[in-house]
Design a protein around this ligand. Structure first.
Ligand code: SF4
Ligand code: SF4
Length: 321
């Protein structure tokens, strides 16, 4: 099963001249300390991306490939900087970006932000909601309150449906040991409220976390993250991949170089992946299991589209968190 599914993802990968997906670390601070995330142990300086840096990136993406999926954020919570987020979305819309997506833990979505988010120009908002019961949710989403997050997402969904906003709203469930048994209940709950449900595997964040995914290295495929996605940290640094969480193997800085050049500099790693020369990859790749996480099950609210068995979609990465 895994091998077929992974090879179907691999079949979608190739030499891309420009990233298909672009993660923008708008803010490297976070209000939570999730147990499966790199953020609580992050050592690099934390800060907020200057608007001018996003403008520079957005201008280049709009000129070269406006359909590139832009994801706010990477390691940090974008709703800690709501005004900046809205300003960045507005700018992205003004230059013609076609896919701008927000990734949030949902705790800070105050009612006063609903209208602004619904009409911000964002195409999709993904909430990290890793549990149905309060116990399992708060075990993983440390410092969050399950009932606050559920209330915020439900309110936004209701408001979206009342106003006719086109914003797509997803709840994302990362399956782990103590929440996997809740997936069925979770799906039913959120589908009834008109959310898209995304179920995905746990990341190892460059090999830092034991994920127990049970997939053999013999089934290894090119890493979809490395081959399709580029990340820019709040200070402009570009890591080799999302597993390079501290930017120890970075390509350079988006303040001083074009995204195209930085993407080209990372091309030698993409070639090693695509040519399946896995033994020649940096040591981090050899312990990282994130190449196994390039698929997610996504279930839509329409009854006829709800599969009985999970359908693992091809290359449905979204953002790392
Ligand atoms: S998963 Fe997101 S919300 Fe949780 S600690 Fe990491 S960055 Fe913060
Ligand atoms: S497998 Fe390698 S390229 Fe992919 S995320 Fe992990 S460290 Fe990065």
């Amino acid at each position: 099963m895994a091998s077929t599914e992974l090879e179907s993802i691999a079949a979608t990968l190739g030499k891309f001249a420009f990233p298909r997906k672009f993660a923008v670390e708008l803010c490297a601070e976070c209000n939570l300390a999730c147990s499966m995330c790199h953020h609580p142990s992050m050592k690099r300086p934390k800060g907020t991306m200057p608007f001018a840096l996003w403008q520079k990136c957005a201008d280049e993406i709009a000129a070269i490939s406006p359909r590139t999926e832009c994801w706010f954020s990477f390691c940090g919570e974008p709703l800690l900087e709501p005004e900046l987020l809205l300003k960045c979305l507005d700018y992205g819309r003004s230059v013609g970006l076609k896919s701008m997506n927000i990734n949030t833990n949902g705790m800070l979505l105050a009612p006063g932000l609903d209208e602004a988010i619904l009409h911000s120009g964002a195409h999709l908002i993904v909430f990290g909601v890793d549990g149905f019961s309060k116990a399992s949710f708060e075990k993983y989403r440390v410092k969050a309150d399950r009932d606050v997050v559920y209330g915020n997402v439900e309110r936004l969904l209701a408001r979206r449906d009342e106003t006719g906003s086109k914003l797509a709203i997803q709840v994302q469930f990362i399956t782990m040991d103590d929440n996997a048994h809740e997936v069925g209940e979770y799906k039913a709950y959120w589908l009834a409220r008109n959310a898209v449900v995304k179920v995905r595997r746990q990341l190892s964040w460059g090999g830092q976390f034991e994920t127990g995914l049970g997939i053999s290295n013999d089934e290894r495929i090119p890493c979809p993250w490395a081959v399709t996605m580029m990340h820019v940290f709040w200070d402009g640094r570009v890591p080799r991949c999302p597993g390079d969480t501290e930017c120890e193997e970075g390509a350079g800085n988006a303040w001083h170089d074009s995204l195209s050049n930085l993407w080209a500099q990372l091309g030698r790693y993409r070639d090693l992946h695509l040519e399946r020369k896995f033994a020649e990859l940096p040591a981090r790749c050899l312990k990282c299991t994130d190449w196994m996480t390039g698929a997610a099950e996504r279930v839509r609210p329409q009854a006829e589209a709800v599969p009985v068995e999970p359908t693992w979609q091809r290359l449905n990465l979204g953002a790392a968190r």
